[in-house]
Design a protein around this ligand. Structure first.
Ligand SMILES: [Zn+2]
Length: 198
């Protein structure tokens, strides 16, 4: 990591989210400051935000459930949105939807903050909302398929681990520091991000 990246690193407080434009060729770096913290990332093509990240197409075209270094993230229209250009962890999730208010209600937790809510609110400035946040790349999240069961494990990320996505086209990106205690081994922590220009 060069100094220009670390000096521009932004800290997202626990259980919060943000959104911004990422231009083609720019790289988004996600940093786990303390370890064992997931970041949910939503991606939309800037030129037409109906064209948006598709975990299904991404799994299909890369022929794997867990995305790896060099893999491309594809959209609903099969547009290449971004490429994984650095990754110090190697375990991320494409299977689960972002945690939501209703998901927490189903567990008996009323009014719990959620990635869905935080991403939706952050995307409001781009005219996007609740119904647009349907799928995320869950950076550092460890979800495994065991037989026909889906099991959640603590993130394998340690303090200082990072994950880089380089935009293949102009994007609207939203990032949330995941709000679910269960996903983050008991405690919700901050997430760092930086935009690195080539
Ligand atoms: Zn979450």
């Amino acid at each position: 990591m060069d100094l220009s990246v670390s000096s521009s690193l932004v800290r997202l407080a626990p259980q919060t989210g943000t959104a911004f434009v990422l231009h083609a060729g720019d790289t988004l770096r996600i940093v786990d400051f303390e370890g064992e913290q997931v970041a949910d990332v939503a991606l939309f093509a800037y030129n037409d935000d109906r064209d948006r990240f598709s975990p299904g197409r991404t799994i299909d075209y890369n022929e794997r459930i867990v995305p790896q270094l060099g893999d491309v993230l594809y959209s609903t229209r099969s547009t290449p949105l971004a490429r994984i250009v650095a990754d110090t962890v190697g375990v991320h999730d494409l299977l689960l939807a972002p945690c939501s208010r209703v998901m927490f209600e189903r567990r008996g937790a009323l009014g719990h903050p959620s990635c869905h809510g935080n991403l939706s609110r952050a995307l409001d400035v781009f005219g996007l909302g609740d119904d647009d946040v349907t799928a995320t790349l869950n950076v550092f999240m460890d979800v495994r398929v065991e037989g026909n069961a889906v099991k959640l494990y603590p993130p394998r990320s340690r303090a200082g681990d990072y994950f880089d996505l380089r935009a293949e086209c102009d994007l609207i990106v939203a990032v949330a520091a995941c709000s679910s205690e269960l996903t983050n081994n008991g405690r919700c922590k901050p997430i760092g991000y930086a935009i690195v220009q080539p």
